[in-house]
Design a protein around this ligand. Structure first.
Ligand SMILES: [Zn+2]
Length: 447
């Protein structure tokens, strides 16, 4: 009788190299002939604002079906690969694996939802091993079990995107990625359902990672066909032995699901806060932009840091009284600053009027009047007539901001940030059938 097995793993990589998706691709190559896949491999990005993470806090889940003995074989492969290929020498790499058989307990689904925005301890995640169909394996501190379970419990039932990843030959790791860059520009134009290939605003190619990791390209898009098409159109100048397509929560804003009042905020969560600007934006040392907002429960600083470039200029136009929704990560208080919302996105709900007050003109001689002192009206500097009751002229100067969403440029966005190009896109219930998934995976594994 066939059984279903969910496999999750996380925290296998380090800042120096390796990559959890690469490990997943190697595992898929080894087990593909033994089992069938219920889904593409899932790349699940979790709360990007937690302090313990390598590059993007991404975990992987595989959802497979097979005979008991084949599933046992798969478990062995996963354990072997995670044990031997993780960057365990790096003190910040603490891999974890989770296996769940047949039915995912609803407590793990709840854990996953929380893992999108909250900080969860290893101990809390470890408690799931009390379920009879859940198995947890820790290496070193085993922090990766938090993400491993988080990935398993997130079946991407709502909006999702795809990412096509290509991998380099090991001897090339750490060397410059060589590619015909014109081919990236034309692939971008020919595949309208891919996105974030190039940041045209800062003329920066986004599909090539910069680190020493095995990934050569990462192409993001709405459909598996479109990301594969874009990959077929680019011209790498080195041999790329492996590729894979992941279904992912990237670019869906999934980490912004919870609203908080200011007095409920705590370090490292990802939060949505409705508030009013109470202190005008100012630049501080390092060219970071800071302003304060408040609601009925308190006041907090908000920051747009230097790497967010023109985003700072836009937010610098906020004025006291503007009503906004802030989406961001909570930076804990330190000696140099109070607890601060690190803004990832800002929605403007209401703008105060920008009124310019000017002295009126003299009705006798047409000269511009001068104030005669507080509450004393005006006096003409030319003919000396006094106007005790006259009020200033009010001119409304249009605000430069609009009632809409503001995002940092692509180069400064998070993996989870839903870009403006996806504003009206949603792939909910556009999952593919099992047979088609296995055909596409077979094709990807072959080359
Ligand atoms: Zn006058």
């Amino acid at each position: 009788m066939k059984k279903v097995l969910y496999i999750g793993f996380d925290d296998t990589d380090s800042l120096r190299g390796s990559c959890t998706t690469h490990l997943a691709t190697l595992i898929i190559h080894e087990i593909f002939d033994q089992v069938s896949f219920l889904d593409f491999p899932n790349l699940i990005r979790l709360n990007p604002n937690i302090p313990y993470k390598t590059r993007g806090n991404g975990a992987v889940a595989l959802r497979i079906e097979g005979e008991e003995k084949d599933l046992e074989y798969c478990k062995e492969i996963v354990i072997d690969k995670v044990k031997n290929l993780s960057e365990v020498d790096d003190e910040n790499t603490n891999p974890g694996i989770a296996f769940v058989e047949n039915i995912i307990p609803k407590e793990i689904i709840v854990h996953s939802q929380r893992a999108m925005w909250d900080v969860i301890s290893i101990k809390e995640a470890e408690e799931f091993s009390s379920f009879s169909n859940v198995e947890i394996i820790k290496f070193k501190l085993g922090r990766g079990i938090i993400g491993a379970l988080g990935a398993i419990g997130n079946p991407l039932k709502g909006d999702f995107t795809y990412e096509h990843l290509s991998y380099r030959e090991p001897k090339k790791f750490g060397t410059k990625r060589l590619i015909d860059s014109d081919s990236i520009y034309s692939a971008d134009k020919e595949t309208p359902l891919t996105f974030n290939n190039i940041d045209y605003e800062y003329d920066s190619i986004m599909i090539l990672p910069r680190g020493a990791d095995p990934v050569f390209t990462g192409i993001r898009g709405e459909t598996v066909e479109e990301v594969r098409k874009a990959y077929s159109l680019i011209k790498p100048l080195e041999k790329l032995p492996m590729q894979m397509v992941f279904r992912t929560n990237q670019h869906t804003n999934q980490h912004f699901s919870e609203k908080f009042s200011i007095n409920e905020l705590k370090p490292h969560i990802s939060a949505i806060v409705d508030a009013e600007v109470t202190k005008e934006p100012r630049y501080i040392e390092g060219s970071h932009l800071i302003f304060s907002v408040s609601d009925s429960t308190g006041i907090i600083d908000c920051a747009a840091y230097e790497p967010t470039k023109r985003f700072r200029g836009q937010l610098s136009k906020l004025r006291i009284g503007d009503k906004i929704t802030v989406f961001g990560g909570i930076r804990p208080a330190e000696k140099s600053h109070q607890m601060t919302i690190n803004i990832e996105r800002l929605k403007i709900n209401e703008l105060v009027k920008n009124n310019k007050l000017e002295s009126p003109f003299c009705s006798n001689c047409n000269a511009r009047l001068k104030s005669a002192g507080k509450n004393k009206g005006y006096k003409c500097p030319k003919c000396s007539t006094k106007f005790r009751e006259l009020l200033p002229n009010v001119t409304e100067i249009p605000r430069e901001l609009k009632l809409k969403d503001y995002l940092p440029p692509m180069i400064a966005q998070r993996h989870l940030t839903k870009p403006l190009v996806r504003k009206n896109r949603d792939n909910t219930s556009k999952q593919k059938q099992k047979i088609e998934i296995n055909n596409i995976l077979a094709d990807l594994v072959k080359n």
